[in-house]
Design a protein around this ligand. Sequence first.
Ligand SMILES: Nc1ncnc2c1ncn2[C@@H]1O[C@H](COP(=O)(O)OP(=O)(O)OP(=O)(O)O)[C@@H](O)[C@H]1O
Ligand SMILES: [Mg+2]
Length: 253
Amino acid sequence: MVSLQLTDLGAAYRGHKVFAEISTPALQGGQLVALLGPNGAGKSTLFRRIFGLLSGPGQIRIEGATAARPIAYMPQDNGARPVLSVYESILLARMQGRRLKVLPEDHAEVERVLNLLSITHLRGHNVGDLSGGQRQMVNAAQALAQQPQILLMDEPTSALDLSRQIDLMSLLHRLTREQGLLIIVAMHDLGHALRFADAAMVVNRGRMVACGPTHGVVTANLLREVFEVEARVEPCSKGTPQLVVEGRAAQPA
Ligand SMILES: Nc1ncnc2c1ncn2[C@@H]1O[C@H](COP(=O)(O)OP(=O)(O)OP(=O)(O)O)[C@@H](O)[C@H]1O
Ligand SMILES: [Mg+2]
């Protein structure tokens, strides 16, 4: 099983430090991890640092990887080339850094992810003509088509309608179980984190402030201190934990 461990990781843009000393235990394949934190906390930057788009201090240790490129990354805004068709854009994403010759198995993989995400009907559409949510589904397909063992997804459901949010999160959860993937999802929907994530890591003010099983991490205290809301986690009538938000926390004087 693949695992990913971060030790004292840091990142900066042109000398301006975003975060420092981010460490985690070895995050094991077979689980979905939520990456949480307020706007500007450094979630996207942490993904860029892990994926190797940014350099900086610290170590990223990957063990148990069998693929040549074990990590795939779905950026928050991927600036997809609008002139390509959906099919071509997924195929191109799959071919990144690999041989130039497209094999039958590459086409088969594109078909598989189109099916998996229920976007087969979009295959011939121009990426530039898609709605925001449709484009986000295509971005997810581009990442999945690389058949990663570790998948970093930056707010993959932010533009999706509610049923598609649930479909995508359920699919990701299923892939962790069936294929042993480690999937880390940056998200703002703490309800989804509580429902779908095995573990949560929280970044705030340049530090990792919590990392562990989701229900131990997403607590009233954390919601007040990191997200500045008065809220609590309570089981609904069916027993599923829900986030009940009362309002903004009082600002410290
Ligand atoms: N390319 C860049 N150049 C300079 N500063 C950047 C760059 N990208 C991000 N930053 C800064 O780094 C900090 C962290 O940004 P980042 O995008 O990682 O936050 P985030 O947690 O992903 O936020 P959000 O929830 O809004 O997506 C912010 O202060 C941001 O302004
Ligand atoms: Mg971000």
